[in-house]
Write a new protein. Structure first.
Length: 119
């Protein structure tokens, strides 16, 4: 079984490649993802189909977006990932936000990804 940090590292790599198939292969069938938008609580997606649909829409809308890890720490099945999310490349519309994800890993796969952003 992969360690929690190894799973998160694989997940982040797949995310930055915009590889939805690889992302979903690293998520459980009953996975949960909570987005940072809309305020105050974000949207909640449950299950492979719903979460896959969100990633596909995100990458279609932001084809050059990347997450830069600032820090990742793990304790048992939980990991906290502090990040900077950048979009727009070098364009005048480029931007970024900073935030954290709280992951729960079960049986070598991401079961929950709860995202929070500084605002």
């Amino acid at each position: 079984m992969d360690s929690t940090l190894e799973v998160i590292d694989q997940f982040n790599g797949a995310f930055n490649r915009h590889d939805v198939d690889a992302i979903m292969a690293l998520m459980t069938e009953d996975c949960v993802f909570e987005n940072t938008f809309p305020a105050p609580d974000g949207e909640r997606y449950v299950g492979q189909a719903a979460v896959r649909g969100f990633w596909e829409r995100l990458f279609a809308a932001s084809p050059d977006a990347v997450f830069e890890a600032e820090a990742v720490v793990a304790c048992d099945e939980y990991a906290i990932h502090r990040w900077r999310y950048r979009w727009g490349g070098d364009s005048p519309d480029a931007g970024h936000v900073r935030g954290v994800d709280i992951f729960r890993v079960r049986d070598g796969k991401v079961a929950e990804k709860l995202s929070y952003v500084k605002g």
